[in-house]
Design a protein around this ligand. Structure first.
Ligand code: N01
Length: 512
């Protein structure tokens, strides 16, 4: 490795002269990841951070997804930060508004409002190697400097609209699940839903009793397993508040159960998959009496290949007289509704797009230029790769939360996020305390890691069907192929030997 040559601006003084005595840190995105990061920085005694959020409120997913029935399909005690456990959850699976309220409370508790810049979108980032700092440009044209950046912009944020001919021609009310129009009353309307994924299975049973007619346009049926939701009584919540150990036990139980059953969901092992498929088919038989309808709802891909759907009432909705399942394939959207390939026209007053999200983690969220002017768009043109999904070689002092290959198919994403936060905080401490110019993960370390990830991927179920987990060339850059604990043990520590460490007074090669 070549040591970069020292230049006049390589001295610590020049950095201080730019006003960064405080070691400014930018956190991009004020959702679960960004807020968790800010709390852990505070706990580490580091207050020089700013949270940039392009929306007008914090919350990310839980701010945006307000559709009827929106809830988390991971149990509440596991779907909350381990360092901010909350005994007050009212249900085993929390609705979106309770999760959003939890995040808002954290912002107040940790006094993060003063650090927040809402309505501020970062549109470009450029690394200055000599100064060891990032320059971020906002939508408004302002330049902001940061010695370290933590990108917590989320992976499933921007709605994906279906490329169906005539979409724009529809004359009724049309909206995406993540942009629900609460001013539009669905009562007594003829409503169409396109899509049958995790959002649709929550929307369909929630609006079915309200609308005059509900037509669900299914392209691929998914495996559904019972949710077995439950209410936490006042007594239980009081007990959990008095005895936090019980809350940790509950969390631990939920976590280890998901790990125990994980291989059924993620391994390409038909005998294991069959366990999940049997459970799901029993659920289908219990919920739907009509064998023809059952056949239409039965998936034909291996269990776990697409995200498992968790619902106690989705399949049962199709037993209602006012709910119809259409599997014929959409030919076009017309001003009055939808025409399917068999020529049938479905007249609709409203059209709900439950068609998922653009895969944000597959590409740079905005132009990002690293060392030697490298562009992340170019580096990721054949797929998003990072080291442990949290650092990218050539993009020093830049840390990712929920980056490539860190999504779980079987447990809470926050387990992974917390490991990334821990790693990023340790790296930032090293940068600050050892007065490093930058830390840049070694290319060989990153390459070896990703070769290993893709080797393991061959034993996973995901390559066996088409899903949003896969990039157009069929590579999985989304999910982590294994147990969460394996990821956590590998990712939570910042290991200086895996990084190139650059000092202001010259370059120090890492130990091999
Ligand atoms: O989106 P999806 P989602 N014509 O991509 C169909 C998270 N989440 O919003 O399967 C016709 O899963 C598409 O069909 P097909 C979670 O990670 C979490 O439901 O591609 N249909 C599919 O049925 C989840 O995985 C929670 O054939 C079209 C649907 O639209 C992710 O968000 C709750 C079509 C899209 O399903 C996304 O879930 C909700 C077209 N042109 C969501 N295009 C929790 O509880 C797409 N489809 C944590």
């Amino acid at each position: 490795m070549n040591a970069p040559r020292s230049t006049a601006s390589d001295s610590p003084g020049s950095v201080r002269a730019t006003g960064s005595r405080e070691f400014p840190i930018a956190i991009l995105g004020a959702g679960f990841g960004g807020i968790g990061m800010a709390i852990q920085l505070r706990k580490a005694g580091i207050d020089s951070f700013t949270l940039f959020e392009r929306a007008d409120e914090i919350g990310g997913t839980w701010r945006d997804n307000t559709y009827p029935g929106a809830a988390c399909d991971v149990p509440s005690h596991a779907y909350s930060l381990s360092f901010e456990q909350y005994p007050g959850w009212r249900r085993k699976f929390s609705p979106a508004d309770e999760i959003q309220a939890y995040l808002l409370r954290l912002v107040e508790k940790w006094k993060l409002r003063d650090h927040l810049r809402l309505g501020t979108e970062i549109v470009e980032a450029r690394f200055d190697e000599a100064a060891g700092r990032w320059t971020l440009r906002t939508q408004g044209g302002e330049s902001v400097h940061a010695r370290a950046v933590v990108s917590a912009v989320g992976g499933l944020v921007d709605p994906a609209l279906p490329d169906i001919p005539g979409l724009e021609s529809f004359r009724g009310e049309r909206f995406h699940t993540a942009r629900w129009n609460h001013d539009y009353d669905l009562t007594g309307r003829r409503v169409g839903v396109i899509g049958t994924g995790a959002s649709a299975v929550q929307v369909v049973p929630s609006i079915a009793p309200q609308v005059a007619r509900l037509t669900v346009f299914q392209r691929t049926p998914g495996w559904v397993v019972p949710k077995r939701d439950a209410v936490y009584s006042d007594r239980t919540r009081k007990l959990l508040a008095r005895m936090p150990g019980l809350l940790h036990l509950s969390r631990g139980f939920q976590y280890w159960m998901s790990e125990l059953f994980g291989p059924i969901v993620f391994l390409d092992a038909p005998r294991l998959s069959a366990i999940g498929e049997r459970l799901s088919l029993a659920h289908l038989r219990a919920q739907v009496k009509d064998p023809v309808l059952r056949a239409k709802l039965r998936p034909d891909f291996q269990f776990g290949c697409k995200r498992i759907l968790i619902s106690d009432d989705y399949w049962a909705s199709f037993e209602r007289d006012n709910v119809e399942l259409v599997c014929d394939g959409i030919e076009e959207i017309v001003p009055e509704g939808i025409r399917t390939r068999d020529g049938t026209r479905y007249e609709l007053d409203a059209l709900i797009l439950a068609t998922g999200f653009q895969l944000g983690l597959a590409k740079a969220p905005f132009p990002i230029y690293g060392r030697h002017g490298r562009s992340l768009d170019e580096d990721w043109s054949t797929g998003a790769v990072a080291y442990k999904g949290l650092a990218i070689s050539g993009y020093p002092n830049w840390f990712l939360l929920m980056g490539p290959n860190t999504g779980p198919g079987h447990t809470s994403v926050l387990v992974y996020t917390e490991a990334q936060i821990r790693h990023a905080v340790a790296a930032i401490r090293a940068l600050r305390d050892q007065q490093l110019r930058y830390v840049d993960v070694r290319r060989d370390v990153q390459d070896r890691y990703n070769q290993q990830i893709q080797r393991r991927m061959q034993h996973m179920v995901w390559p066996t069907c088409h899903s949003w987990y896969l990039s157009p060339d069929g590579t999985n850059h989304s999910l982590y192929p294994g147990f969460a604990f394996e990821y956590v043990l590998g990712a939570r520590r910042f290991q200086p030997r895996e990084y190139e460490l650059a000092r202001f007074d010259g370059f120090t090669a890492p130990s091999q």
